[in-house]
Design a protein around this ligand. Structure first.
Ligand code: PCA
Length: 174
């Protein structure tokens, strides 16, 4: 049916232009404490695109009494950061902005990435070795002492650092 296929092309183009690529480096990564929130269809849609690392170096530190990971928006310091690119719809983006207390705690900025593998499918394919821009929850509103903290290339909530991430639900009031 011709009419139906034109409609499905329109729908997929509409969807594609309303998707946003985000780079996650912390608790939203696969295997990390908040990954399930991105996979919950009630929050919107998120599709894995590729592993990637930042072109520039940034300090990725673990801070606050809740041991939250932060990519400090200080390019040139720290390390090239490992993470994952996801294609998310507007509903998921809105959910993540709220969940990450953006723009109070984190600010959504643009980061340049080198793609490490291209596991995504269809419109989400990115070639290994290619460079793309994506949104990232980084921060410019950090405490000056955070610049003295150890930096990590790849965040793992269960890493040797022993700084246990306190989930939002388990935090004590400020
Ligand atoms: N969540 C976002 C920012 C830091 C965090 O824990 C992420 O994983 O990219």
């Amino acid at each position: 049916m011709k009419g139906f296929s034109i409609l499905s092309v329109i729908v997929s183009v509409f969807r594609a232009v309303h998707m946003e690529q985000i780079f996650v480096y912390g608790t939203l990564k696969k295997g990390q404490p908040n990954y399930f929130r991105m996979m919950d269809p009630d929050n919107g849609r998120a599709e894995f695109v590729a592993h990637a690392r930042t072109v520039e170096q940034y300090p990725l530190v673990i801070a606050t009494k809740n041991n939250i990971p932060f990519l400090l928006n200080v390019p040139g310091e720290g390390q090239r950061i490992q993470g994952e690119i996801y294609s998310v719809d507007q509903k998921m983006l809105k959910f993540l902005d709220e969940f990450e207390s953006c723009p109070d705690l984190y600010q959504r900025t643009t980061v340049q990435l080198e793609v490490q593998d291209g596991l995504g499918e269809g419109e989400n394919t990115l070639e290994s070795g290619s460079f793309v821009n994506a949104s990232v929850y980084s921060t410019t509103t950090y405490e000056p002492e955070w610049l003295q903290k150890p930096t990590y290339e790849s965040y793992d909530a269960h890493g040797d650092h022993g700084l246990r991430y306190v989930r939002r639900e388990d935090r004590s009031p400020e």
